[in-house]
Design a protein around this ligand. Structure first.
Ligand code: HEM
Length: 254
């Protein structure tokens, strides 16, 4: 293991342990409204609910792990939601969550609304798998045409191997570059784009081995729903930054 990986692993372990300890000390038995809070059934958003360009964040709100109205999400709530919904390690959520706070329009330092994430150039970038580029006017709503160009790579496959996912992403970026005269992808955004592919491979697959279940991935993108009724279960072991970094190397290699 390289020195950088060792440092990241140590930091990750310390952060996650600290978070888990604080959470267990601070969490109090819910008073009165616990049945409402524990209702994680899927409900599509109401027209007034705020949603983001991220299918997973939207799904977490559609299942009430995040506030259904998509407003005033704190970093702590985001970390808790990702842990409860898909068992993503707190340090992994922290990395993207800190970026999310940079988009905030809530007036508070530690909260954001889900549609704040639409802001181009912080996390949101060109060449998304299921959204159009900001140049075409809407960078956040699910675009069936865009997704179809990606999903065609997965047709007939029960599971999506890493190389297929990486090639689908690569082709989507090439198509975006060819069609958008203002196409721009900074190295930072290119890294986010790779990480997004890693995230769906990991959450719906076999950790750092990829092999995401095609039908589960489809439900996430097309319905912004966690595919519980299709058999998805939150991973028993926590999905860590180390797994993501391992996948990142494999996707980048393709
Ligand atoms: C919890 C904190 C998270 C935040 C704040 C966040 C935020 C975002 C944002 C702003 C985008 C738009 C990027 C773009 O395509 O322009 C995005 C895309 C994406 N996110 Fe998340 N995300 C989070 C966690 C996750 C997780 C846990 C997954 C796991 C599956 C995930 C999956 C994706 C995917 C697949 C995309 C690409 C969508 C596309 O290209 O069409 N995200 N995320």
């Amino acid at each position: 293991m390289s020195l950088a990986s060792k440092i990241i692993t140590s930091f990750s372990a310390i952060f996650t342990t600290t978070y888990n300890t604080l959470e267990s000390i601070l969490s109090r038995p819910a008073q009165g409204n616990d049945s409402q809070q524990d209702d994680h059934t899927f409900q599509p958003p109401k027209p007034t609910d705020k949603r983001s360009p991220c299918p997973m964040v939207n799904a977490l709100a559609n299942h009430n792990y995040l506030p259904r109205d998509g407003t005033n999400v704190s970093l702590l709530k985001l970390i808790q939601a990702a842990k409860e919904g898909i068992n993503l390690a707190p340090d992994a959520t922290l990395i993207v969550g800190l970026k999310a706070l940079q988009t905030s329009t809530t007036g508070g330092w530690f909260t954001f609304n889900l549609d704040d994430l639409n802001k181009h150039g912080i996390i949101e970038h060109d060449g998304s798998l299921s959204r159009k580029d900001v140049f075409f006017g809407d960078n956040h709503s699910f675009s069936p045409e865009t997704w179809a160009t990606v999903f065609k790579h997965f047709h007939g496959l029960e599971k999506i191997p890493i190389d297929v996912a990486a090639n689908a992403r690569k082709e989507r970026l090439e198509a975006a570059k060819a069609s958008n005269p203002e196409f721009n992808l900074t190295p930072d955004h290119a890294r986010f784009s790779v990480l997004e592919t890693c995230l769906y491979l990991m959450v719906f697959g076999e950790g750092a081995k990829g092999n995401a279940r095609t039908d589960w991935v489809r439900v996430l993108f097309e319905q912004e729903r966690l595919p519980f009724q299709e058999g998805f279960k939150r991973s028993e072991s926590m999905l860590t930054v180390v797994d993501i970094l391992e996948l990142q190397k494999k996707v980048e290699a393709v």
